[in-house]
Ligand binder design. Structure first.
Ligand SMILES: Nc1nc2c(c(=O)[nH]1)N[C@H]1C(S)=C(S)[C@@H](COP(=O)(O)O)O[C@H]1N2
Ligand SMILES: [Mo]
Length: 433
């Protein structure tokens, strides 16, 4: 583990002024295709032994097809792992680790790198011994086995899951040095599952049934109230992620998928769905996952994850290794309200904006990948990204957010992130005042 992968201890909000004239000198390359001479490695011209000499891997047989019945990444990618921040939580069982966003590309998170958040550790469940009960205000109380669930028609959908506490540590100022830690409580995979409405239809929801309680089979018995409208809309009872069985960390054998809404509601190890006529006022929807405003009142039932984005490279854990010349700026954007329509990138702390290129699938309530290809002149940058969703919602600055919600909040920070890129290519988390 190198230094730059170690999370910095909390520091008091580093603030950088906007007066750097040098920032304006960094020119934007509009085309995208970078045809500068700076792209060609000069070592190749000097008789590089990696070209002139036959290497071992070119000479000896490699591993057999039986060597890795379940494949894993190259040993040279060993640093690409989920990481936690030790001082953040009191115990490692009720804790969180973070997706290494700075090492990923595209929109899909590999299963082994999806951040984990659990309140009572990972439940280890034999699917043959798992049951899902539907009870409460229904015509027929039902209990499904996993085999029963797999006889309902199923769907495949790509969705992001973001913990409402993602970026929570950044509410009052720049704190953690890396997008893995500031924005890594998110993952995006393709789920295979049964639409929740099919199961509810099978049970027959009574007309008084307006709410659904989802309960987990883990030691925390996570429970959340979900309005019936959402349950009957796009929720899934999912058993596969990225084509294979859910990982135990993600709720094996079955979890609830609540598209676009805060991660806490996506109950893992799902064991019970109760239909009721009002919310249950559980811990996770009263004392937690509510937003205390400046006037002492708390916003609650703030389910939708608002439009948000972050530049993943360059970023503190992904400094620029190559000096000036062609530079790929890349990041991710998402909105619980639907698709992302536009992402703008600023290299001067939000004074000027250039529309980035969204590449890859643009799916509702899924991550979007964006790029801005520039010709970096080697001067310092204040990098920001600002996303806009299909409804026209625009990601706010952190000051705008604090004006609306005050200073007490942890959850639902979708403010614009700033990275300070220095002339030597290193990058730091800062806030633009
Ligand atoms: N049963 C159960 N479900 C749970 C939790 C839990 O502790 N137990 N944590 C919730 C929280 S707070 C989040 S953010 C998401 C995290 O999902 P992940 O671990 O797949 O990233 O799961 C939610 N579902
Ligand atoms: Mo969460």
């Amino acid at each position: 583990m190198t230094d730059r992968q170690v999370p910095a201890q909390p520091k008091t909000g580093d603030t950088i002024g906007l007066s750097r004239r040098s920032l304006l000198r960094a020119g934007l390359l509009t085309g995208g295709a970078a045809a500068s001479a700076g792209l060609v490695s000069s070592t190749a011209l000097a008789g590089d032994p990696l070209i002139t000499e036959v290497q071992d891997w070119n000479r000896y047989l490699g591993d057999s097809v039986q060597a890795a019945p379940y494949g894993k990444p190259s040993e040279f990618e060993a640093h690409v792992v989920r990481r936690d921040v030790e001082w953040l939580t009191a115990s490692p069982e009720s804790s969180v680790n973070f997706t290494p966003l700075h090492e990923l590309d595209g929109i899909i998170t590999p299963n082994g790198l999806c951040f984990e958040r659990h309140h009572g550790g990972v439940a280890q469940i034999n699917p043959a011994e798992h049951r899902l009960m539907v009870n409460g205000l229904v015509d027929k109380q039902l209990v499904f086995t996993m085999e029963d669930l797999k006889r309902f028609p199923r769907e495949n959908r790509v969705y992001f899951l973001e913990c409402a506490a993602n970026s929570g540590m950044e509410w009052r100022g720049a704190q953690l040095n890396g997008c893995q830690y500031t924005h890594g409580m998110i993952h995006c995979v393709v789920y295979t599952g049964v639409p929740l409405k099919y199961l509810l239809k099978e049970a027959g929801v009574k007309t008084s049934g307006k709410w659904l309680l989802a309960e987990g089979a883990d030691a925390a018995a996570m429970t959340r109230s979900i309005p019936m409208e959402k349950a009957l809309d796009d929720c899934l009872v999912a058993f596969k992620m990225n084509g294979e069985a859910l990982r135990p960390e993600q709720g094996y054998p079955v979890r609830l998928v609540v598209p676009g809404w805060e991660g806490n509601m996506w109950v893992k190890w799902l064991r019970r769905l109760e239909v009721g006529d009002q919310p249950w006022e559980q811990r996770e929807e009263t004392s937690k996952y509510t937003d205390l405003l400046a006037n002492g009142k708390a916003r609650r039932f703030t389910w939708v994850m608002d439009v948000k984005s972050v530049i993943t490279s360059p970023s503190p854990q992904a400094p620029i290794p190559h000096g000036k010349g062609p530079l790929v700026i890349s990041g991710v954007a998402w909105s619980g309200g639907g698709t992302i329509k536009r992402v703008d990138v600023s290299i001067d702390g939000g004074r000027n904006w250039t529309t980035a290129r969204i590449d890859g699938p643009s799916l509702s309530k899924a991550m979007h990948r964006f790029y801005l290809d520039i010709d970096w002149d080697g001067s310092p940058l204040l990098l920001q990204s600002r996303a806009m969703d299909e409804h026209g919602f625009v990601q706010p600055t952190k000051n705008e957010l604090r004006l609306a919600r005050g200073d007490n909040s942890i959850y639902h920070n979708n403010g614009i992130q700033t990275w300070h890129v220095k002339a030597d290519g290193t990058v730091e988390n800062v806030e633009v005042a």
